[in-house]
Design a protein around this ligand. Structure first.
Ligand code: UD1
Ligand code: CA
Length: 447
């Protein structure tokens, strides 16, 4: 049995009042449409097609939001969810079962999706809907059950009678369909009085063959959609709470979950402790025994075991095992701290490697540099890497001692175990073992 996934994401999302299409709005570091893809992938669906409007089909923003190997098809005019699904017909030709999802209902879990697929297949149903019993069903489609508890129809709020409106059993808009059956049924869907073609209508057709089914979640959150920015923030906070709790369950200490923002798809090792006001961005990998925060931001970075990141920003960088980063330090654009190195308060490291056991003290800037092992860079040192036109590299070899407030005019190499005096302006390479000082710096080593 092969199962393919289809995500309907061509809607206008007008209630967001945004120039950004709804499905590209972010929740916990991932766009809405990316969440739908992610849930399907974790549920085991490899073959996924996303239906979008024509203006977005080739956009870089869409590609960025999707995982690899996700196909994109276009719904030419936004004529409703049944019409949107038509656009995927050829993409899923080889599948037995299709899972269809909206891009805006992302608190459905992969467990529920798997349960829906399993039940759909084992009961040989034509259509299976994922329902949720919710506290507030306002605005959502209601699932009508027959006497045997099977769905007989799904009606939108404006179509439902008074009795059905009392029901809190809503349609999450996640479904399974038999792939040989669904396409003719789509052709039979009539336009609603809004002029749109509603996908949930096909459930009544499956019911008339006694082959409709439902999996119902009692988690009210599973029914929450994102149609406006209030719902966006609600879904975001539930997603974050779930993520924090999953990390705590697997051995991470979070001092104050209410002010700790961890995106989805972050790995964190056991016994890592995260202080209040910390943000960890998607795709970051944090080792075990790491101390993070308070007030720390880490994005797109790898942090080794037992490192300390104390109130710093670490962006697109690597921090080695046992290394430490002081408060208000910034590591960015491919900075790499080797094991046991130290970056002090208010220092900035950009596109540079800091060797193991080396230390870059407070207020220093190290950019486009390679710093060896056991180097000490005094406070206020600057690698002057930019000449107004081009960027240049600085090489500082092992065991060098750079005096405080040294200006290193790149391109430049400071040889092994050399030293610079405090306040030197170093314009030329320094030989291994030499000591230079002054402006411009000259050798002061007695020969
Ligand atoms: C839909 C369901 C409703 C369900 C609710 C769950 C229909 C008619 N109604 O309502 O029963 O309770 O989701 O949140 O399906 N889309 C397209 N092309 C279109 C129209 C929509 O791709 O022409 C996409 C949207 O981008 C969205 C999804 O389909 O991702 C659902 O559309 P939306 O307009 O949000 O439907 P709801 O009114 O929320
Ligand atoms: Ca919706």
């Amino acid at each position: 049995m092969t199962t393919a996934g289809i995500i309907l994401a061509a809607g206008k999302g007008t209630r967001m009042k945004s120039s950004l299409p709804k499905m590209l709005h972010m929740v916990a570091g991932v766009a809405l449409v990316g969440h739908a893809v992610r849930i399907m992938r974790i549920a085991g669906i490899e073959d996924i097609t996303v239906i979008v409007s024509s203006d977005l089909a080739d956009s870089a923003e869409l590609r960025e939001a999707l995982l690899p190997r996700v196909k994109v098809s276009v719904q030419a005019a936004q004529l409703g969810t049944a019409d949107a699904l038509q656009a995927a017909r050829l993409d899923v030709a080889g599948a037995d079962t299709i899972v269809v999802a909206p891009a805006d209902v992302i608190l459905v879990t992969d467990d529920l999706v798997r349960q829906m697929i399993d039940q759909h297949i084992s009961s040989s149903s034509l259509a299976t809907v994922l329902g949720a019993r919710v506290d507030d069903p306002a605005g959502l489609g209601r699932i009508q059950l027959d006497d045997s508890g099977r769905p007989s129809a799904i009606l939108e709020e404006h179509e439902a009678d008074e009795q059905l409106l009392l029901s809190k059993l809503i349609n999450t808009a996640w479904y399974c369909f038999d792939n040989r059956w669904i396409w003719d049924e789509l052709d039979n869907v009539n336009a609603a009085d809004t002029g749109e073609f509603y996908l949930p209508r096909v459930v009544a057709a499956a019911a008339s063959d006694d082959r409709s089914g439902a999996v119902v979640s009692n988690d009210s959150d599973a029914g929450l959609g994102v149609n406006d920015r209030v719902q966006l923030s609600r879904v975001e906070s539930i997603m974050r709470k779930r993520t924090n709790e999953a990390h705590m369950a697997s051995g991470v200490t979070i001092d104050d979950p209410a002010t700790t923002y961890i995106d989805v798809d972050v790995e964190i090792g056991v016994d890592t402790a995260i202080g209040p006001g910390s943000h960890i961005g998607t795709r970051s990998v944090i080792g075990s025994g790491v101390v993070i925060g308070p007030n720390t931001q880490i994005t797109d970075s790898r942090i080794g075991d037992n490192a300390i990141i104390d109130g710093a920003r670490v962006l697109d960088s690597i921090v080695g095992e046992g290394a430490s980063v002081g408060s208000n330090a910034v590591l960015r654009h491919g900075a790499e701290l080797k094991p046991r190195s130290k970056v002090g308060n208010l220092a900035e490291i950009k596109n540079s490697v800091i060797g193991s056991g080396s230390s870059v003290s407070h207020f220093s800037y190290v950019g486009d540099a390679v710093v060896g092992d056991n180097v000490n860079i005094g406070a206020g040192t600057i690698t002057c890497n930019y000449d107004g036109k081009d960027k240049h590299r600085t090489v500082i070899e092992d065991e060098v001692l750079i005096g405080s407030s040294t200006m290193l005019i790149a391109p430049i190499t400071i040889g092994k175990a050399a030293r610079t005096g405090a306040g030197s302006v170093v314009r030329n390479d320094v030989m291994a073992g030499d000591t230079v000082a002054g402006v411009p710096a000259k050798s002061i080593k007695s020969k």
